[in-house]
Design a protein around this ligand. Structure first.
Ligand SMILES: Cc1cc2nc3c(=O)[nH]c(=O)nc-3n(C[C@H](O)[C@H](O)[C@H](O)COP(=O)(O)OP(=O)(O)OC[C@H]3O[C@@H](n4cnc5c(N)ncnc54)[C@H](O)[C@@H]3O)c2cc1C
Length: 265
């Protein structure tokens, strides 16, 4: 149970509190995960991020910056945000949760819980953390230690992106989140391709073998894409579906997305 709720009003104050209490204290953003009964770590002290000025969304010099405390609802509602990410935020949770859960909290939750990371990977987003580092989102989510996220930077580019969320019924349970993006390079035959998955395994990741196959056109038709995707996925059977079922529906969704991007590109 949370007994002490620190409310720093500056980043410096927040970092000092974190340093002082080390592993006994957690960052508190929207609180939807940290207050959930399935949240594994138990903290009796938390540091609120509310007073750190991380609620902004703005676009300048070919990029959009999203503060870590922007809620999923604000993200879904904002026309500066790429359509596929607005959709991923909208699909992530019911409105009551969307009004509280934050972008930073979603990414830091990571593992099977993050709903936005695959789409952010497809948009080539980078994460800026309080230690001054800026790194691709795939690097951030694959690390164990989670530095405080300050903002997410999404480059503005002419990119085609399709995000999907595979659920057993409306509003979940979620079996997989997928995102595919393509950007034409100067050579019209070459494309930057990102294929990303989340939830179905553990940490979200890019399917680099599939990306290469699409670029070199060895994966150009639905059948070969579906087979190649199923071969690289490694889900576990559980009460929501067998391993084979999860591989099948995810590979169909990714093949649909790739073909849709190719047709639109
Ligand atoms: C059982 C379960 C079910 C879930 N179901 C859903 C669902 O249906 N839809 C959905 O969208 N999400 C779901 N989630 C995941 C979680 O609720 C979301 O990912 C949400 O976006 C978390 O955001 P928050 O702002 O509420 O984070 P919080 O609960 O405040 O924090 C979550 C974690 O992230 C850390 N953190 C928060 N902000 C930052 C930051 N800026 N930098 C570094 N670390 C940070 C916290 O210390 C904490 O460890 C679920 C999680 C669990 C465990």
């Amino acid at each position: 149970m949370i007994k002490t709720f620190y409310k720093p009003t500056s980043l410096e104050e927040a970092l000092l509190l974190k340093e002082k209490h080390e592993n006994l204290v957690a960052w508190f953003a929207g609180g939807t995960h940290i207050n959930h009964f399935e949240f594994k770590a138990h903290y009796d002290q938390v540091i609120s991020l509310e007073g750190l000025g991380l609620f902004f969304i703005h676009t300048k010099t070919n990029q959009t910056s999203v503060g870590a405390m922007v809620t999923l609802q604000k993200l879904a509602d904002n026309s500066l945000i790429p359509e596929c990410l607005r959709w991923a935020a909208f699909m992530a949770a019911p409105r009551t949760i969307r009004n509280m859960a934050t972008v930073g909290g979603d990414i830091a939750t990571g593992g099977k819980g993050t709903r936005l990371t695959p789409c952010l990977m497809a948009l080539n987003a980078v994460v800026e953390t309080a230690d001054g580092k800026t790194q691709p989102i795939e690097d951030y989510v694959s690390q164990d230690s989670k530095e405080l996220i300050l903002k997410i930077i999404i480059p503005s580019s002419e990119i085609i992106c399709v995000a999907k969320q595979l659920t057993l019924k409306a509003n979940g349970p979620v079996l997989a989140s997928t995102a595919v993006s393509m950007k034409k390079t100067e050579d019209p035959d070459l494309k930057d391709v990102v294929v990303a998955i989340g939830t179905i395994e553990g940490v979200p990741r890019r399917l680099e073998e599939i990306e290469k196959g699409v670029i070199d056109q060895t994966l150009a038709d639905r059948e070969s894409i579906e087979k190649a995707v199923a071969d690289v996925l490694n889900p576990e059977s559980d009460q929501f579906g067998s391993r084979d079922y999860k591989k099948h529906i995810t590979s169909v969704a990714i093949a649909d997305s790739i073909i849709s991007c190719l047709e639109r590109g």
